[in-house]
Write a protein that binds this ligand. Structure first.
Ligand code: FAD
Ligand code: DLZ
Ligand code: SF4
Length: 512
């Protein structure tokens, strides 16, 4: 019969079966801006603007291909406010007899859609999302007989399976991983390329007005807005990345710099995750640059590992461990998020920088998310659920399938080590090594105790001490516990005191 084909905001991909299988003359494509999706967490203003604009542009592109598109604007008089209700109304208005949709990226929505057939009284077909290198089942099979799930081994399987960066069955260059070359800090004299930007067109300007009107109480700066919102623009970002930033991506992958939010990263996660670019084309483009001699192997392998390795791995991992992952809390952390997470002032320059970058851009690069904000959340025992919500709403590339494993399993070690072989905890010296933040900070990174001491220092040792039972048998923590044992007793006591005072302050939202 005539089918209603629903496309979600992160399914803006023309090659998905939900579109490919459509009978153009008969079927109706439904896209809907709805309150439920825009507010189940209060997404960053820029994230909503980006997705609504990308959705509207995608709908126009489909119309040009002669699809019959029913597009529902957020401020339509009778907008139903939820996907289910929009589907119901569309069935009534169009006389469609079945619903076809691509499996959504988030568990909550999949569980809801599994009820739709009952609620709607018509067949609802949930098709696989074909935009990944591996399926959920592939991952479950790979995971089945393993005690620990480590990305590196999954990644090697993926390399073998796809032949990417492989040469007669062996990894190109002889090694699987070149990370030892990817840990340089950024010299002060090194200039950084400008990110690719676009000025808002008429469609985007209308969306910006809408977001100003409807989501004014959401976190984040709406303008300046310069994301790509079409596939053509996203392809330009990809080209410019490969040309201008990929060659040094590897070397400076872990580096951070004051007032430099973009660095040598690709800035492609927004576009890959919402479907404007496919992971395959991104990976192939990078691989081609290596073969053409325009980018070195450590950069290309490092970049490809993020997508073919990490991105695929966390997706499989999410579906493997949901719904438990959403409530894991290995360290029993309970503290509320301090107010400076919402843009308030803190003397910690690294946190101030990373959070203001996030507020301005709905973006922070990996090492800011991991080793500054993430590390702080772990060491301060912030409650996992609140940290997860924060990460899910502040970043324009965030959907739960990719955000939750990174937050719960990677930064908070909330699952007790299913993903990480040890917690990503570090003192201030790591941040100092990889950035220039400490030079502009009200605290001193070399001090371990006292009012001026860097909070990451005493919080780190407090974390080590407090979690001895849970971590001491971890072979990768052996050296840490050895140096802890060797520390002067008085100093340890003082650090504990300083840490308690600091934590009391953030709990009562005093300025730190
Ligand atoms: P690049 O540094 O250029 O990396 C290239 C691509 O690799 C990215 O576009 C992304 O598709 C992929 N990638 C890299 N690292 C990861 C990873 N750990 N997991 C999955 N994919 C990865 N990424 C998201 O896409 N959405 C999120 O909600 C998200 N939340 C995160 C939360 C935390 C606490 C941490 C530590 C990481 C998170 N990441 C998330 C992963 C990573 O930080 C972002 O993908 C990256 O910063 C996006 O910027 P980029 O495109 O410039 O990435
Ligand atoms: C993130 C988001 C937002 C803000 N708004 C919408 C929307 O109005 N309509 C829609 O179809 N999708 C939206 N999305 C993306 C969905 O939340 C996403 O498809 C699910 O979380 C599954 O990944
Ligand atoms: Fe961050 Fe500590 Fe460095 Fe300040 S001194 S920027 S708080 S690591």
């Amino acid at each position: 019969g005539k089918a209603l084909r629903l496309i979600l905001g992160d399914q803006l991909t023309a090659t998905l079966p939900v579109l490919q299988d459509a009978t153009i003359s008969k079927d109706i494509i439904l896209m809907a801006e709805v309150k439920e999706e825009a507010t189940y967490v209060k997404h960053h203003k820029k994230k909503i603007a980006f997705l609504f604009s990308a959705m509207r542009h995608f709908a126009d592109a489909l119309k040009k291909e002669n699809y019959q598109v029913r597009y529902r604007y957020y401020d339509d008089q009778n907008n139903q406010g939820s996907l289910l209700k929009e589907v119901k109304l569309a069935l009534k208005d169009t006389g469609c007899e079945e619903v076809v949709v691509t499996s959504p990226g988030e568990y909550r929505l999949l569980k809801s859609m599994e009820q739709w057939e009952n609620q709607l009284g018509v067949p609802v077909h949930i098709l696989d999302d074909t935009r990944f290198y591996s399926t959920k089942q592939d991952f479950d099979e790979w995971a089945q007989d393993r005690k620990t799930l480590r990305m590196e081994f999954f990644y090697r399987e993926m390399r073998k399976k796809t032949g990417i960066l492989m040469e007669e069955g062996s990894p190109v260059g002889g090694k699987w991983n070149y990370d030892e070359k990817n840990r340089e800090s950024l010299p002060a004299s090194k200039s950084v390329p400008e990110p690719t930007t676009f000025s808002p067109d008429e469609i985007t300007r209308a969306v910006l007005d809408l977001v100003k009107e409807e989501f004014n109480d959401h976190f984040g700066d709406l303008e300046p807005f310069h994301f790509a919102v079409t596939r053509e623009q996203a392809l330009t970002v990809l080209d410019e990345f490969v040309e201008q930033r990929l060659p040094e991506f590897g070397k400076y992958q872990d580096a951070m710099r004051h007032n430099a939010p973009w660095l040598f990263h690709s800035h492609l996660s927004f576009y890959i995750n919402c479907g404007l670019l496919s992971p395959g084309e991104v990976v192939e483009h990078a691989e081609a640059a290596y073969h053409a001699g325009t980018a070195p192997l450590n950069s290309v392998e490092g970049f490809i590992r993020q997508i073919l390795g990490w991105r695929e791995f966390v997706r499989g991992f999410y579906w493997h461990y949901m719904p438990d992952m959403a409530t894991d809390n290995y360290f029993n952390a309970k503290r509320d998020l301090p107010s400076f997470f919402w843009g308030g002032y803190t003397n910690m320059n690294c946190m101030r920088q990373c959070i203001s970058d996030t507020k301005n851009n709905a973006y922070a690069h990996h090492i800011q998310r991991l080793m500054v904000i993430g590390n702080f959340s772990l060491l301060s025992e912030l409650e996992p659920e609140q940290v997860q919500q924060w990460y899910l709403l502040v970043y324009a590339d965030a959907y739960e399938w990719v955000e939750l494993p990174n937050v719960s399993a990677m930064i908070l070690y909330a699952d007790g080590g299913n993903l990480a072989s040890k917690p990503y905890a570090a003192s201030g010296s790591y941040i100092n090594k990889m950035s220039d933040y400490c030079k502009n900070c009200g605290y001193s990174v070399t001090k371990k105790t006292g009012e001026k001491a860097c909070p990451f220092n005493y919080l780190y040792w407090r974390f080590v001490d407090n979690n001895r039972d849970k971590l001491k048998d971890n072979p990768r923590m052996g050296l840490v516990y050895k140096s802890y044992e060797r520390m002067d007793d008085e100093k340890v006591q003082q650090m504990r005191k300083d840490a308690s005072l600091f934590l009391r302050k953030i709990s009562s939202n005093e300025k730190v």
